[in-house]
Write a protein that binds this ligand. Structure first.
Ligand code: HEM
Length: 412
């Protein structure tokens, strides 16, 4: 297939000669990788309907690590029709919206609470949860990976991380679903539900933090209460904001990535069998799945001063997408980038967790969750195959399969 990529060739146009990416077109949504490849062959930077996109590994890393590119205010709500009011105020406080010194201070305080050891502490919970979910479908040899496995999986894990009772996971699940609408195109319409969920969640977390203050444990809330740098500590409101960001950043991402992973493996049965036979490949499998088929496809930034990027002058005020999905298939970095291969030797790290100042704080947890789930699924669902279409959500925001009906050999 040949992508229909026009170039902004009119002399005098701001980015004359750069390839355009028609990200809103059905053709792009159908086969984005092909469009990235064709555009990247012309330039590391492409033009979007609303700004620019960095497409190469190098350019993406530069955008993520250069302080002249800021997180857009209030999670970029302005692009979705919200420019003030309570929803804007909520979004503006999120760790993901902060920049400069304000962000640096909070990262320094909370960073140590998200250790590999903290993620390892939850391995037993992850194993119990995924085992329970598979037990429910194993005998029948069929299920919908999205609804039966991937959706319910991360919430009890996040509850354990925060140190909340397991039986409250339904509450967290509903809040996370509602709050996540903040990242959707229809955020303005969904504002009442988002605000109600944020309010209920805050009341819950408020009580939790107060009660934990009297008996600190090894959970995240306790670590955040303990966190101190040079005499500085998180305020109560900052602590609630971090906990709330973790809840929203750490659920929809993992569940969609797990479903996407199983879908890729359904298309590569040899790799599924390989993982079942060699569970030690799990960390590499996670890396490869998230490189090849990520559900978070980029990070949004705003140039706050004139900047040069890969030879292109970018004026202040330009919206720039660091397209990690395109960078993950940069042929200068990955040999035969479209190939899915969980035995790749020493590849450069994929960029699906972002990079630089806002690099995902949950990276250790997410990797452990995915590795645990995939290892057990590969063993207990041998010979997995799709039994129907697996359409995806729009590629804007967090994406992933809406449904993934499968069959597998029962009784394992
Ligand atoms: C597959 C799963 C996940 C993916 C793909 C993912 C991806 C990302 C990305 C790309 C960013 C940076 C966004 C930016 O630069 O604008 C980010 C930030 C963040 N993630 Fe994750 N994430 C995942 C799981 C998690 C989990 C499980 C947690 C929590 C336990 C978490 C907590 C966070 C937090 C708190 C931030 C904000 C960091 C900051 O702004 O300084 N994430 N994540």
């Amino acid at each position: 297939m040949t992508a229909d990529i026009a170039t902004t060739a009119t002399p005098g146009e701001r980015w004359a000669g750069l390839p355009q990416l028609p990200v809103l077109s059905p053709e792009y949504q159908e086969n984005p990788h092909h469009f990235h490849q064709v555009a990247r062959e012309q330039s590391p930077i492409a033009v979007l309907p609303f700004g620019l996109a960095a497409l190469t590994y190098d350019a993406v890393q530069t955008v993520l690590r250069d302080r002249r590119f800021h997180e857009p205010e209030a999670l970029g709500l302005a692009a979705r029709g919200v420019t003030s009011g309570p929803l804007w105020d909520e979004a503006a406080q999120s760790l993901l919206s902060l920049n400069g010194e304000e962000h640096r201070r909070l990262r320094k305080l909370v960073f140590r609470a998200f250790t590999p050891a903290g993620a390892a502490r939850l391995r037993d919970t992850m194993t119990d949860v995924i085992t329970e979910l598979i037990d429910a479908v194993s005998a029948s040899g069929q299920c919908d990976i999205v609804t039966d496995i991937a959706r319910p999986y991360p919430i009890p894990v996040v509850c354990e991380l925060l140190g909340t009772p397991r039986q409250d996971w339904q509450l967290f699940s509903t809040w996370a679903d509602d709050i996540f609408n903040m990242f959707n195109f229809d955020a303005a319409d969904a504002a009442p539900e988002i605000l109600r969920a944020l309010d209920e969640q805050r009341t819950y977390l408020d009580t939790l933090v107060d009660s934990r203050g009297h008996a600190l444990g090894d959970d995240l809330i306790s670590s955040l209460i303990r966190a101190e740098e040079d005499g500085d500590k998180l305020t109560h409101d900052e602590l609630l904001m971090i906990a709330s960001t973790v809840l929203s950043a750490g659920t929809d991402t993992t569940r969609n990535q797990l479903a996407a992973a199983v879908q890729v493996f359904c298309d590569h049965p040899d790799q599924w069998a390989l993982l079942a036979a060699h569970p030690e490949l799990a960390p590499r499998a996670v890396e490869e799945v998230m490189r090849h088929t990520p559900v978070v496809r980029g990070a949004y930034r705003l140039a706050v001063e004139e900047t040069e990027l890969a030879g292109v002058t970018i004026p202040a005020g330009t919206f720039v997408v660091a397209s990690t999905v395109a960078a993950n298939r940069d042929p200068l970095v990955y040999d035969d980038p479209d190939r899915f291969d969980i035995t790749r030797e020493g590849p450069e790290p994929m960029l699906t967790f972002g990079g630089g100042f806002h690099y995902c704080l949950g990276v250790h947890l997410a990797k452990a969750e995915l590795a645990t789930a995939l290892t057990i699924l590969a063993t207990r669902m041998p010979n997995i195959r799709r039994t129907g279409p697996a359409p995806w959500k729009s590629l804007i925001g967090i994406t992933g399969p809406i449904t993934l009906p499968v069959q597998f050999d029962p009784g394992h």
